[in-house]
Design a protein around this ligand. Structure first.
Ligand code: PEP
Ligand code: MN
Length: 338
């Protein structure tokens, strides 16, 4: 950390800052210029409270030098982390497409969906048993019964399952049903207690970006999971809130190279919740893969017009198959497999 003192700062005020930095266990280096004195903190400066330093008399401004996140930072872990999901590798050379319905509805719907997901060439399946709905009167998901239907349908096709956890109290149930990947939804990205709990497990976690979260807040949320010892993290960009009303969210393609630079963990994209319309999904998917995403989380439904949730954005089985073909070409140009 660097602390810039104001031109009028007195010797006593400079000493006060030095004393405070030492209380945090850091050494100091004082550089006296013609107009200003600058104090450098040497050591693990992450624990120093910037707001507290800024509030000290005589301080003009202070800034941290090292990144606030540690375990998730590429700075400390140069190689890509590849997440192993029952033998399926995410974050390596192969681009993984996770397909499935928004929500688990019936056994028949899940059995059909699993067959189509598998036939399209996807290696993982998604489906929500617990749904975070804007209205309390909307379908809230089938709950534990949904996990059971999902497990049965996916097991028949040998597909690992991805499903959203909203409530800490359901974590043990998720572990009992051997959910392969725990999804943390956009509305829960900063539910720190939930992040800490999934951090105690070793289950792969898809951490969706909060709908108004900065990249830095997103990385810090991941750090909560990593700090508990769970280093099986997958970031998912799903679009952010914007001024535009034509589409559901604005897919932040820029976040893909930024995250790939800042973290060693895989980055996937959910084009379905970004566009909010099935016809936008292929274009957004192509953009995501071209920008360096390691995979996609795509909503599909055996019969989209009968979907109980997010019908407008669900691909039909043929569209999912076509999507796989389209992104294959882009993957090849990048030297990646699918
Ligand atoms: C979902 O994937 O079904 C979902 C609810 O997504 P998000 O949290 O991105 O809105
Ligand atoms: Mn959905």
């Amino acid at each position: 950390m660097i602390v810039v003192m104001s031109p009028e700062a007195t010797e006593t005020q400079i000493e006060g800052v030095v004393k405070k930095i030492r209380e945090y266990g850091c050494d100091t280096n004082i550089s006296r210029g013609v107009e200003r004195t600058i104090i450098g903190a040497i050591g693990d400066e992450r624990s120093i409270d910037k707001e507290l330093i800024d509030a000290l008399p005589g301080v003009e401004q202070s800034m941290h030098i090292v990144k606030p996140y540690k375990i998730v930072a590429r700075e400390w872990h140069k190689e890509n982390s590849v997440i192993d999901i029952k033998g399926i590798k995410l974050g390596g050379n192969t681009i993984q497409v996770i397909g499935g319905p928004c929500s688990v509805e019936t056994q028949q719907q899940m059995d059909d969906a699993a067959k189509f997901v598998k036939a399209a060439g996807c290696h993982l399946m998604r489906g929500g048993a617990f749904k975070p709905r804007t209205s309390p009167y909307a379908f809230q998901g089938k709950g534990v019964e949904g996990l059971e239907m999902f497990r049965k349908a996916a097991d028949a096709q040998g597909l690992p399952i991805v499903t959203e956890l909203m409530d800490i109290r359901m974590l043990d149930t998720f572990l009992e049903w051997d959910v392969d990947v725990i999804q943390i939804g956009t509305r829960s990205m900063q539910n720190f207690d939930l992040l800490k709990e999934v951090g105690r497990t070793r289950k792969p976690v898809i951490l969706k970006r909060g709908m108004s979260a900065t990249v830095s807040e997103w990385l810090m949320a991941a750090e909560y999971i990593a700090a508990g010892g769970n280093h099986n993290i997958i970031f998912c960009e799903r679009g952010v809130r914007s001024f535009e009303t034509y589409y559901r969210n604005m897919l932040d393609v820029t976040a893909i190279p930024v995250l790939k630079k800042e973290t060693h963990f895989p980055v996937i994209v959910d084009p379905s919740h970004a566009g909010g319309k099935a016809w936008m999904v292929p274009a957004l998917s192509r953009a995501a893969i071209a920008a360096g995403a390691d995979g996609l989380l795509v909503e599909m439904h055996p019969k989209p017009c009968e979907a109980w949730c997010d019908a407008d954005q669900a691909l039909n089985p043929d569209e999912l198959k076509n999507l796989m073909g389209e992104i294959k070409g882009i993957a090849q140009v990048l030297g990646r497999d699918i």
